[in-house]
Design a binder for this molecule. Structure first.
Ligand code: NIG
Ligand code: FE
Length: 416
């Protein structure tokens, strides 16, 4: 961490309550506090009175926040926001009795979005994803992970990842890209699973990595998708290239995907409604984060929540994300995911908020940069009109976000 003195201060924000999400006490809270920034970094955190005095002695203006809460900028560590079309027809089918798996086996589901994504122009993919990201940003999200996985042919996967990169350049939030090569077996490879996994883990991966488009890889490890062995082949190929991994694990059944994720040193294993004690232990010892996706659980009207007590006892870090996608989670609200993490999964509000800050950062391998409010970290911050941090998990549909700061630059959200 760089060292700062008060001579480095360029911005001072005072009169805030800060949920640092680091250090002792609930939410790492500091009351009547101030924060000073140097460029895009946090240079100082301390009592408001002291900040005002120091700032005045230097002739630096102080921005008063009038008791707003400041948290780390929120981190949505699992999304699929780049896709064509929607799946509202399947929503109707499921409500008439069809299951997610039935629809997938009949060529709908991911394959239906694949067809629409392949047919979409790059501009329309960009525009629809941008609108989704704007919704997330309006609720304080400063870092987002974006997966491909709806192209399922090299050119279309490349296009989705390029769109994700372009969004990261055009918008103030930070984007991490994930090549979800093993999402569903595309029709061109019907009956040739082996050849598909070899292609994805070989030439496709090398091509996309060489183009600078891949921060991590991902596999949907499930009966209706890819096996543990196939997942491990892809993750090991990525590891050889120095690329990190996530795994869609235990969403519909326990195939041992969590153990596979841990064995390959994945950053995260995501979903985990179906997880054994052995799987939880494996995640804990590998330091693989469990990413909980309650809005997908809600949308599929699942009834077996992830084993939260087991995850806690095992000492696994818990993150919470939207899984924003057209099939299982047409959701662009991370605050709603926090609320559902509490009401449906039984997380405490503090655990849920840690899941969208500190542990979201861990799941993306960026905890050294963001995820807590600490000196030396990037000034990615969210400002809230709330009386206490638990309100971020309590509200349903309201947006208490007043402003969002990206790398020290403030973006106001709208009137109170
Ligand atoms: O995270 N489970 C796999 N991937 C997505 C859903 C994909 C889809 O149905 O389009 C998920 O739930
Ligand atoms: Fe997902």
């Amino acid at each position: 961490m760089p060292k700062f003195s008060d001579n480095d201060w360029q911005q001072v924000w005072a009169g805030a309550n800060i949920a640092t999400m680091a250090g002792a006490g609930p939410y790492g809270s500091i009351h009547d506090a101030a924060i000073a920034l140097s460029g895009e970094r946090i240079a100082w955190i301390g009592p408001a009175a002291e900040a005002r005095r120091l700032a005045q002695s230097k002739g630096l203006p102080v921005r008063e926040t009038h008791g707003q809460w400041i948290t780390p900028g929120l981190i949505d560590c699992h999304t699929h926001v780049v896709y064509g079309g929607n799946r509202v027809a399947e929503f109707e089918q499921r409500l008439c009795g069809a299951s997610y798996e039935d629809i997938a086996r009949a060529g709908g589901g991911i394959q239906s979005t694949m067809r629409e994504t392949r047919a979409a122009t790059k501009e329309s993919l960009y525009e629809s994803a941008r609108r989704r990201l704007e919704c997330l940003m309006a609720e304080g999200v400063t870092t987002v992970e974006i997966k491909s996985g709806y192209g399922l042919e090299l050119a279309a996967e490349r296009r989705s990842l390029e769109v994700a990169r372009l969004l990261g350049e055009a918008l103030p939030l930070s984007v991490k890209t994930t090549f979800l090569g093993l999402h569903s077996l595309p029709p061109e490879f019907a009956g040739q699973r082996r050849r598909y996994v070899d292609e994805v883990s070989g030439p496709w991966l090398r091509d996309l990595v060489a183009a600078g488009l891949v921060d991590a890889v991902d596999s949907f490890c499930e009966d209706i998708a890819f096996s543990v062995a196939e997942t491990e082949q892809f993750l090991q190929a990525a590891k050889q290239l120095g690329i990190a991994a996530h795994v869609h694990a235990g969403q519909l059944s326990d195939m041992g995907a969590a153990q596979a994720a841990a064995k390959c040193g994945a950053l995260s294993a995501d979903h985990l409604e179906f997880l054994s004690a052995d799987g939880a232990r494996a995640l804990a010892s590998a330091g693989t984060v469990a990413v909980l996706l309650p809005t997908a659980y809600f949308t599929l009207r699942q009834t077996t929540p992830p084993p939260i007590a087991l995850l806690r006892e095992s000492g696994v870090h818990l993150a919470v994300a939207t899984d924003s996608n057209p099939g299982t989670s047409p959701c662009t609200s991370l605050l709603l995911a926090l609320s559902m993490a509490c009401t449906l999964f039984g997380l405490t509000p503090e655990e849920a908020l840690a899941g969208a800050t500190r542990n979201g950062a861990r799941a993306l391998g960026v905890i050294g940069e963001v995820g807590t409010v600490e000196v030396g970290k990037r000034a990615d911050l969210a400002f809230w009109r709330i009386g206490q941090p638990a309100e971020l998990c309590y509200g349903l549909g309201a947006n208490p976000c007043a402003a969002v700061m990206y790398r020290g630059k403030l973006r106001e959200i709208g009137p109170a």
